[in-house]
Write a protein that binds this ligand. Structure first.
Ligand code: 13P
Length: 255
């Protein structure tokens, strides 16, 4: 992390876990443990838990986000939720382009861009996910792939709007597998992303862009990952569902 230049941000991605009642209880457990955090703390929860999560975190330093949004404002898109709907609830954040959306739900770089655009238009902050598959890493195309994902996702996003974007580098092979990228691997790709921002926008935009790492980050490896200069935080899956583990990662980011 380089806290002189940019914000450290730890965000939980709860994925398809927790009922509203369980959400209330987990957030109530997390809140006192992270209250003195010297980083931003976000919990991105399933749509049905959003109201409960917003209520449960009133008066705390935990911000709430959703895990996806559609690109249209409204219309015949059964099962989808628009960015405008999320913003109207008072939400501040939304994850876009998570690899599980790309892998299982046909999300492409183009739809990621459309959803990013819609989220920004609705006034939301976006946690934009990019990352390579294991075979892509083995083929040696990680840097090109991640650069392409980043560029397409940000197509039509102005330099000013970049302030509302956080980029999460999540190597797909490290998600939910217990296989973490080494701190050097994570740092290397986070630096590639920052270079893309410098090339497409400018150095100032790159210097202030928060780039998170995600993929089996936990209380045991957070210190080392966050100790790297280009890793500005984490997007946490499994460990975000256990209050003490999530709080320990927040503590590591608060140093
Ligand atoms: P895990 O931390 O469970 O590997 O998940 C990472 C992730 O996908 C966060 O978005």
């Amino acid at each position: 992390m380089n806290k002189q230049l940019r914000k450290a941000i730890i965000a939980g991605n709860w994925k398809m876990n927790k009922t509203p009642a369980e959400t209330k209880s987990l957030l109530t457990e997390i809140a006192p443990l992270v209250k003195d955090a010297d980083c931003d703390v976000i919990a991105c929860v399933p749509y049905v838990d959003l109201t409960t999560a917003i209520d449960a975190t009133q008066g705390t330093n935990i911000k709430i986000g959703a895990e996806n949004c559609h690109w249209a404002e409204s219309g015949a898109f059964t099962g989808e939720i628009s960015a405008k709907m999320l913003a109207s609830m008072g939400l501040e954040y939304v994850i876009i382009g998570h690899s599980e959306r790309r892998q299982y739900f046909g999300e492409t770089d183009v739809t990621v861009n459309k959803r990013t655009r819609a989220a920004l238009d609705a006034g939301l902050n976006v946690i934009l996910c990019v990352g390579e598959l294991l075979e892509q890493r083995e083929q040696g195309v990680t840097a090109e792939l991640v650069a392409m994902q980043t560029k397409i996702a940000l197509n039509g996003v102005s330099k000013d709007e970049l302030k509302k974007i956080i980029i999460a580098y999540e190597p797909v092979w490290a998600i939910g597998t217990g296989k973490t990228a080494t701190a050097d691997q994570a740092n290397e790709v986070c630096a590639v992303i920052r270079k893309v921002i410098a090339d497409v926008y400018d150095k100032a935009a790159a210097d202030t862009m928060t780039v998170q790492y995600g993929g089996s980050m936990n209380d045991g490896n957070a210190d080392e990952l966050l100790g790297k200069p280009d890793v500005d935080g984490g997007l946490i899956g499994g460990a975000a569902l256990v209050a003490e583990k999530f709080a320990a990662i927040v503590k590591a980011a608060s140093k």
